[in-house]
Design a protein around this ligand. Sequence first.
Ligand SMILES: [Zn+2]
Length: 263
Amino acid sequence: MGDIRENLTRNERFLQKHPWCCLCGGSVAATTIEHAPPKVFFINKEVPAATHRVPACARCNNGSGALDQVAALASLIQATVHKDIPDKYMDKLIHGVKNNAYDAFLAIANGSSSDVLLRVDGKVDSFSKVEINPILYTNWLNPWAAKQAYALYYLHSDGEILPPTSRVLVQWYTNEHVVDESTPDTLLRSLRHYGELRQGVKNSELQYSYKWQLDKELGCFILMLQDSHMVMLGIIHNTEQSEANPDWTLFSTNAERGIHLVE
Ligand SMILES: [Zn+2]
């Protein structure tokens, strides 16, 4: 028997320790491994830490690659840093989105871009403001963000799976919200923990970083993508609170449907 155990691959050992999909409520067996943050966010796929892996069933993992590619591209096109992104990485990402998510590709490609001046800490900076078809959010970025919430919750709650009765609130912020000062800065500062991401000796925080806090009733993750997008993910255990706010973008999950928009 000893030999058999030694012959298990690293992934098989992981799934033995983490047998349930953390993306659809906890009653479906996991057969695949998801990365949170997704590998595609990191140039040359230099993923920060092997610990950022979560168990998923085949259904929940299916299509994740396309969601990840769209989120990576959407946050890069408005970024002001990383002007030196390798062409090879960018070409591959654009090609991937075109092949796997054509409507998202069109929304990004047809987004009209204009330079906007922005004053930050007394200095004037500019960024590209891109008007994007809302389909990019409804079909791609919101479901992608909700998936990150389920995965991050699993990672930071010691393997607890967010149940079907919970809700995930998704709220995006872009550079535009910085201009009208509607980013959740106070909340961001108040979150207790920082998700540290390193690729070997290199810190990846410019590409993807997050702050978080999980309390009994509520939890929150704020992801910062490149320097262009921020997404707030609220974890709501008591649904009375979410029912009182009908304009929130809320997601739920269950074994039948996986992660889906609450309508
Ligand atoms: Zn699942």
